[in-house]
Structures are given as structure tokens and as C-alpha cells.
Design a protein around this ligand. Structure first.
Ligand code: NDP
Length: 254
């Protein structure tokens, strides 16, 4: 089914913002976590910021999915489940698992920009999965792209969650500093959580064969590749004994 002009405009907007973000983030890391200098305007509670940023991706997707044309068909419903498996956790569970540094916050502007993007992303992907993706019929379940995509999604999901859990265990309650993470994907890269996130959405894009999901992969890479490079350089500066063979995000390459 042909996508309407508003949908196409939002998609184009995502690509423009992704290109601008990639260039800006190469020079100025997003001001949250270790790269927050407290100079980017008012701050809000970090857990609240995560809910504010990520909840629209879950809720807006659900709204456009269930008000769309085929919300109860098998393949759209399976894709809905994959999406919510990640986003329900990210928006409503992950924020309350974080060991937030006492006294630290998240820049309001970062949270609002994140929320705006997640709203657009929820609209593009929720409506495409339920309405515009005419190829997502019962036959799609036997298409190799569906199986390959689900497998890549599952691997990325596991790597992302395992790597985020490793970071959480580095701080005992009340501790505020940073340590070198080891084990799992950290054997190869400084940010296996970001690599896992990228693989998760690459898998979703293959499984859904959707231009909306492709735009999400591009946006995720535009955000997370520069942030991984910033983290990697930061680790190397802070820890003289940082493992020299570790790369930033792609094993043996970057
Ligand atoms: P970070 O790795 O920067 O931080 C994650 C948490 O771990 C923070 O609480 C951080 O504390 C803590 N932490 C990180 N490194 C250490 C360390 N060496 N020692 C002790 N504590 C540490 O991840 P992000 O916050 O950037 O991202 C979190 C999740 O969100 C990831 O899974 C990521 O993939 C996802 N994400 C997805 C995006 C997308 O575009 N799809 C965009 C951004 C994030 P502190 O905050 O104090 O630094």
C-alpha cells in the first residue's frame, strides 16, 4: 500500500535529522551520562528522562498499530511483540534498574529531543507494520528474511541486555564512579550495548523489510556510533591500563 504524504515527510525528516545528528555528535557528545558537563540547560531526574524519552516509542507504536488495518494478523502481531519486547522494557523497566549517580540529572533538551524522535519513530513503524506493509501477510512468515531478521534481532537483544547488565553491576549501591567493564562483548568493544542495539534494529528491519525500520537503523547508528567513539576515547584517557586491543563498537574494525 502506498504511504501517505505525511508519512513520507516524517520519514524524510528522520533522515535529515539523522545526518545532522551524526555530524554534530562526532564533535559534541550528547550531554548525558559521563559527557554531561551541566552546561546544556535545565536538568530533570534521570529515571524520569528515560521514561519521557522512550515511552512514546512503545505507546505511539501501539496506538498506530491497533488503529491500523491489520493489527491482529499473524506477522504484524509478531513484529508488534518484538518491538514491545524491547520498548516496554526500555521505557518502563530499564529506568528503574539504573544505578544513577547521586546528584546527577539529564538535560531536559536531550529528553525532549529523544521523546520527539521516539514519537515519530512509533508513528512510522506502528502504521507501517499494521497498515502500509502490504507484504506482511501470512506468507511472509516463511520468507527467509523473516527468520534471518528474527535471529539477528534475538542476538542483538541478548547482547544489548547482557552488556547493559554488566554496566549496572559495576556500581555497588551508593558508588558514583566509573570502572572498566570486562566479559561478554566487552572482550572486543567498549560499547557492546550499542552494538547490540544496532543489531536488534537491523534484525527488525530485515524481518519487517520496511523503510520505517530502515530509518530507525540509520538513526540508531547516527546516535550510537559517535557516542561509542566518545566513550572509547574517554575510557582510554581515564584508564592508562585500558585493554589496548578493544575497539569502540565493531570488533577488529572501529
Ligand atoms: P551508557 O553506556 O553511557 O550508560 C548506561 C548506564 O551504565 C548509565 O547508568 C551509566 O552511568 C552506567 N555506566 C556506563 N559505563 C559505566 C562504567 N564504565 N562504570 C560504571 N557505570 C557505567 O549508555 P546510554 O545511557 O547511552 O544508553 C543506555 C541504553 O540505551 C543502551 O542500551 C543503548 O543502546 C540505548 N540507547 C539507544 C539509542 C538509540 O538510538 N536506539 C540512543 C541512546 C541509548 P552514567 O549515566 O552515570 O554515565
Amino acid at each position: 500500500m502506498i504511504t501517505p504524504p505525511i508519512w513520507n515527510s516524517v520519514l524524510l525528516g528522520v533522515y535529515i535529522v539523522a545526518a545532522a545528528s551524526f555530524l554534530a555528535l562526532l564533535f559534541f557528545p550528547a550531554p548525558y551520562g559521563r559527557h554531561d558537563q551541566g552546561k546544556a540547560g535545565p536538568q530533570i531526574d534521570t529515571r524520569l528522562a528515560w521514561v519521557l524519552m522512550e515511552a512514546p516509542a512503545s505507546l505511539v507504536f501501539a496506538y498506530f498499530f491497533f488503529t491500523g488495518e491489520r493489527p491482529f494478523a499473524t506477522v504484524p502481531l509478531l513484529l508488534f511483540a518484538l518491538w514491545q519486547l524491547h520498548y516496554f522494557h526500555r521505557a518502563f523497566i530499564y529506568p528503574f534498574q539504573l544505578e544513577v549517580r547521586p546528584g546527577s540529572g539529564t538535560t531536559l533538551a536531550t529528553a525532549l529531543m529523544g521523546a520527539a524522535y521516539c514519537t515519530a519513530n512509533g508513528y512510522l513503524n506502528g502504521s507501517y507494520t499494521s497498515t502500509y506493509g502490504a507484504h506482511l501477510d501470512a506468507g511472509w512468515i516463511t520468507d527467509p528474511r523473516f527468520a534471518i531478521g528474527v535471529a539477528v534481532f534475538a542476538f542483538g537483544y541478548f547482547l544489548n541486555k547482557q552488556s547493559d547488565a554488566t554496566l549496572r553491576r559495576l556500581r555497588k549501591p551508593g558508588e558514583t564512579g566509573y570502572k572498566i567493564p570486562f566479559g561478554g562483548g566487552y572482550r572486543w568493544v567498549s560499547c557492546p550495548n550499542y552494538l547490540g542495539e544496532l543489531l536488534t534494529w537491523t534484525g527488525f528491519a530485515i524481518a519487517s523489510w520496511s523503510p520505517a525500520a530502515l530509518s530507525f537503523v540509520v538513526m540508531t547508528a547516527a546516535n550510537l556510533v559517535p557516542r561509542a567513539l566518545s566513550h572509547h576515547r574517554w575510557y582510554q584517557r581515564k584508564f592508562p591500563d585500558y585493554p589496548p586491543d578493544r575497539k569502540a563498537i565493531l570488533p577488529y574494525i572501529v
